[in-house]
Ligand binder design. Structure first.
Ligand code: FE2
Length: 254
């Protein structure tokens, strides 16, 4: 398993606040079989446009004590989670400085009130500049219908579902499962903030409900394609069989 989205550089954003907290999470990850983790502190497109060097420098300085520990597992990689408060300029993306593990892929998010057409245009710009935008947790956006996400994918974006949200009897969980059912999800990640969120939550949920190798595509093959800078493999539609408890939860929560 490879987790391409985490906030485990100590005290750089709203994720882990100390080395001890980060190491505790990374030990749990290693024990669960997570082989690689991309550390993706929050940054905005505006910050990258105005002081990209500073963002890279601050990330490097905050990461250095963790790097020097030299963990055997999981292997650590660097990236950013970029809030697209403005379009990412082609210049920002040159040399892949802000991408995931130096690959063609960059992890992006929008504000919760994003307008789907604005998002589509911004994602298309990134793709035109030669990068592949990976949209973090698209299920967070209310307007994230299968039609909207299809239009985002048409311009070259990939979709990363949140592993924990996938299991929840909430509107976000429902949207995540809808994307899976329509073959619109490419991978899952934990988005750990120094807490208990882990890839295996979503994997176990899926494994108990679907057959075939789809879970491996979502949690291993496609995340590995990112760190290896390779093409992702299409994930076939995954229609989840609902148990009695799921049906009851859906009924209760509307
Ligand atoms: Fe995140």
């Amino acid at each position: 398993m490879i987790d391409i989205h985490s906030h485990l550089i100590p005290a750089i954003d709203d994720g882990s606040q100390s080395m001890e907290q980060s190491l505790a999470v990374l030990r749990v990850f290693a024990a669960a079989g997570v082989e690689g983790v991309v550390l993706t502190p929050h940054v905005t497109a505006t910050e990258l446009a105005t002081d990209g060097d500073g963002a890279v420098r601050r990330r490097g300085a905050a990461y250095d004590p963790l790097r020097r520990i030299g963990l055997a597992a999981p292997k650590l990689y660097l990236g950013f989670e970029i809030m697209l408060d403005q379009p990412l300029s082609a210049v920002s993306m040159a040399h892949r400085r802000f991408s995931l593990a130096g690959s063609r892929y960059c992890l992006v998010e929008f504000s919760l009130s994003v307008v789907p057409d604005f998002a589509r245009n911004v994602l298309a710009d990134i793709a035109r500049a030669g990068a592949v935008p990976v949209v973090a947790h698209p299920e967070r956006y209310q307007g994230c219908s299968p039609e909207t996400v299809r239009s985002w994918r048409e311009v070259g974006a990939k979709m990363q579902l949140d592993s924990t949200t996938l299991t929840k009897a909430t509107a976000r969980g429902h949207r995540a499962r809808q994307l899976l059912a329509n073959g619109l999800a490419d991978l899952i990640a934990a988005d750990n903030h120094g807490n208990q969120r882990i890839l295996t939550t979503g994997m176990e949920y899926l494994k108990s409900r679907v057959a075939g190798n789809s879970v491996e595509l979502l949690s291993s093959v496609n995340p590995r394609a990112i760190i290896d800078d390779q093409e992702m493999v299409p994930v076939p539609p995954i229609v989840l069989r609902e148990g009695m408890l799921d049906r009851w939860r859906r009924f209760v929560t509307g």
